[in-house]
Write a protein that binds this ligand. Structure first.
Ligand code: NAI
Length: 334
């Protein structure tokens, strides 16, 4: 049996970084790739943000590899495809590892952010009430508990010793209060892992200011969105970082960056974030398709080798193209 991997190439640099990653995947695993068209480009062509039956095709697949998708903030717009996929598959855990590279990153760092991915300010509950714009920030007990459980389980599985909850309980006493209460309740069931907490603004400062600032971070949705870009800046580039969005029985894997319109179409986007996302996808698929995890780990090691050899795209001061970096990764894997 071989895995069915759905692929959304996305917008902007998406087709370039996903194309480069597929060129590697096609060489190192035996899988069926199922293209699903979605995003701004598709919307401009057809008036619909995702091809008909697209969700069904995702449902028939074992996992999704996707590029970034633009959500216009002005002009003709449509509901976010990203949010739709997260909600449809209840992808409640967004896992984002950040590891520094010597001589490239401004601080030493080896941490994993676990971001709650379907609640908080992204729950989609907002409206105009007369002259007031109101967005509800929803944190449920169930949502807070399951993401905390996920973070502690991840820490234990990866031999990590500390989970730090990030919050603003001093101001948001009710919603962040519940998030933090559930965090400490769940922590009691994981006595081998240290649990502590940090206020979000102080956490942002610490990320930039000190080496090894955190081990595993557990964050409500918006804080995770913002602090992951801070961490990517410390590591060296948004283009280096990948993510996994995990639900009970489906996973979607993508780079953490957006469509990078400023460099799209020039063949210079860094493909490593998408390659790292693919590596995480293979590790996750290993449960169902034993052996893929090992390939995923080899892929991550090859990325390390390529960065150490300074085969870098312009975001890291190099002059390699997207395709050259992907080729170098493949060569090291071979
Ligand atoms: P962005 O991540 O696209 O760009 C920020 C900066 O990082 C730019 O200077 C860009 O050139 C650079 N950058 C990003 N990826 C890079 C790569 N692979 N290689 C080299 N440099 C890279 O952030 P921005 O401009 O805020 O977002 C643009 C669009 O992307 C928006 O429509 C947003 O909604 C969407 N977006 C989609 C995401 C997704 O589909 N998961 C995630 C984040 C943003």
């Amino acid at each position: 049996m071989r895995p069915k991997i759905a692929v959304i190439r996305g917008d902007g640099v998406g087709p370039e970084v996903v194309g480069a990653t597929l060129a590697i995947l096609e060489r190192v695993i035996d899988a069926e790739f199922i293209e699903v068209r979605a995003g701004k480009g598709y919307f401009m062509e057809t008036g619909s943000p995702m091809e008909e039956g697209g969700m069904d095709r995702l449902r028939e697949s074992d996992a999704l590899l996707k590029g970034p998708i633009a959500t216009p903030t002005r002009g003709r717009s449509y509901p976010s495809v990203n949010l739709r996929i997260r909600r449809e598959f209840d992808l409640y855990a967004n896992v984002r590892p950040f590891r520094s590279y010597e001589g490239i990153s401004i601080r030493r760092m080896d941490l994993v952010m676990v971001r709650e991915n379907v609640e908080g300010l992204y729950a989609g509950r907002e409206e105009m009430r007369g002259e007031e714009a109101v967005t509800e920030r929803v944190i449920t007990r169930r949502g807070a508990r399951r993401i905390a459980e996920f973070a502690f389980n991840l820490a234990e599985a990866r031999g990590r010793s500390r989970v730090t909850a990030i919050h603003k309980k001093n101001v948001l006493k009710v919603s962040d209060g519940l998030f933090l209460d559930e965090f400490y309740r769940v922590a009691e069931g994981h006595p081998g892992v240290t649990a502590d907490d940090y206020i979000v603004d102080a956490a942002a400062y610490r990320l930039v200011k000190v080496d090894h600032p955190f081990d595993v971070m557990l964050l409500p949705n918006l804080y995770g969105d913002i602090l992951s870009d801070v961490a990517a800046g410390v590591v060296g580039s948004l283009g280096l970082c990948g993510s996994a969005q995990i639900g009970e029985d489906y996973g979607a894997f993508e780079p953490i960056h957006g469509t990078a319109e400023d460099i799209a179409g020039r063949g210079v986007a860094n493909p490593i974030g998408t390659v790292m996302a693919a590596s995480m996808m293979l590790e996750w698929l290993d449960l169902k398709f034993p052996g893929l995890g090992q390939v995923g780990r080899r892929m991550a090691e090859a990325v390390d080798g390529v960065v150490m050899a300074r085969k870098l795209t312009p975001d890291l001061g190099g002059d390699a193209t997207t395709g050259e970096v992907a080729e170098a990764i493949l060569e090291l894997m071979d």
